[in-house]
Design a protein around this ligand. Sequence first.
Ligand code: ZN
Length: 407
Amino acid sequence: MGGEPATGRAILAPWLIDGMGGPVRQNVWLHLDRGGIRSIDDHPPANMPASHLSRLANCTLLPGLVDAHVHLTMSGTGDPQIRQSQLTAGYSGAEPVIRAHIAAHRKFGVAAVRDGGDPGGHVLRYGNRGGGRGAAPVQCQSPGRAWRRAGRYGRLIGRPPAGGQGLDQAITMAGDGGGHVKIVNSGLNSLTVFAKETPPQFSLDDMQAAVAAARRLGMDVMVHANGELPVKMAVCAGCGSVEHGFFMGRENLDRMAENRVVWVPTAVTMSAYARRLPPGSTEATMARRNLDHQMEQMRLARDCGVAMAVGTDAGSLGVHHGRAVMEEMALFMAAGWTLPEVVQSATGIGSALIRGRGSGTISPGAPATFIAVAGEPGGLPGSLAQIVARWIDGEEEADGRTTNRRQ
Ligand SMILES: [Zn+2]
């Protein structure tokens, strides 16, 4: 063979899931060089010095996860006093809460989160102060405050355009440096009347102009929408993703597949309600029916070829940061997803909704940013509670310390 010694180093992965929907691979060598992945092969790179080869034992590698819908200023706790104080906190009160939630995400292998908005715009400020992108192990992208119509749902996450301003003008004028725009275009799901639809908050013209305004600023739009008409308007206006999408119906699924709009179903919110509400109560029964209906839509969406991202709405009642990603992935699987497919929804597809770090895949040319969970792939998603190592841009962190393990 001869030639120059190979640069970088290589690790043997007992199992690997690529984040692109490909089959689980076994005993493959990853060649890491200058922060990226150079090749993936069933043998080590030619001319790699033995001291630069390491063999990982009994673990599964997958890309760092993305939670495509969180609220970092809120905890999933049911304690009304804590929830109230988090809702009304100033930045100095919110910062340690955000920090703790980011640590919780990291613990479960999440590498990036997309926030759904908070009334103070604190998450955006946190990210812009260097606590997020680049500086931290978990990247957070925030829209700042969400947009809603005055008098309609969304007070807890955003604001209406100022008097006399159109939605598009408000987006253009705000110029607050968010990574994406969040618009609320329906109400919440009823826990007393099954499939009760709330009217859209904005007109189709408003929505189209808003999406165009966001695009001019280089931003994508995430739209909170439940029910047929609110979802239809979001999709027809050209939004990037539909959030929740309960009771959106088959036609919207076809429309989303055709227009490549990503769906973030946040099914775990309903399973959390079903668990927390008094057993046998109307509300608990309704939460369970809503969940069943949503999972049926998820099954249909998979058949229709809709791109779906794992997002949890963490910070909602009973939905805990970090852990909820594992729970939402389990719901995808219960709705018929294979493991490589749900990992793709929790990595590659979510990553495309976030600007910046990585591609959410383990592939040649991608940044070497991935995690290792204990044991065989069959332990997922539960084994996300047992992360054994993380790599960010080729640097391995073990137990919170950055190491440079080469043996
Ligand atoms: Zn939300």
